[in-house]
Design a protein around this ligand. Sequence first.
Ligand code: SIN
Length: 291
Amino acid sequence: MNSDFRYIRVKSEPHGFGASIAGISIGEPLPAVVLEEVKQAWARHLVICFPDQPLSHEQLEAFTLQFGHFGVDPYIVAMEAHPHILEVRREPDEKAVNFGAQWHSDWSFQEQPPAGTILHSKVTPPVGGDTLFADGCRAYDDLSETMKGLLDNLFAVHSARVPYGKDGLFAKETEARSMKIVISEDADKIFTHPLVRVHPITGRRALYISPVYTLGIQGMSRGESASLLSYLYQHMVQDEYIYRHRWTPNMLTLWDNRCTLHNADGGYDGHLRVMHRTTIAGERPIGVISA
Ligand code: SIN
């Protein structure tokens, strides 16, 4: 248990990546001193969870707004009367691949991708359904100085085309899906972001790329870019950088999209899984050098 905090009890995962927070109820607005501690814990551990916190839609929205404005969530139809809550749902007999089943950082194809995502578990399966998180900061820190020197100067091209474009994965899907996905030409838009992102609060550097949304590296040939990205993806998702998050019902988890990747692990065919998701608006990614 971490004793740096006065109002919250923080139990951290090994390496400090991921932590569970107890000692407070998040269904009511948090007093400023408590919120400040939660934000410090989030900055330190990048993925924080609050077990045993039943929340109404309104409470989930109010909790989110304590961290900033809502993010903009495209391509998925939100819950009726709650335009900022997405239901991540998979029925027991659903055959479509579970949503989020590839390493990604949420909406990194946006000009200002969400700083954080909040997922609140409503129904958790008895087996599987974990979310894996990869620590982009430690993955960066462990690279050689030569590799860091190269990457610090690079920009990566992000787009929603591969999953959400007219010829994308969801457009080609043949199995029925309970989540309503919106296929759009808009998904072809690209945004270029620093490949190494500097965290606006901690100043830590992190690899900011993902196999889902990164199309390539600016100024490199297709082959160069594919080889370098493939090496970096393998490096980033080694066991030592992964935190496997196991859900229980009524758990709220908040993660930092600026320096982590996540991947919904699946493995719960035959069981219902229901989560409610909001995002917290973020800033335009800052790099080591300016664009
Ligand atoms: C997501 O990628 O937002 C979904 C994560 C999950 O369902 O575990």
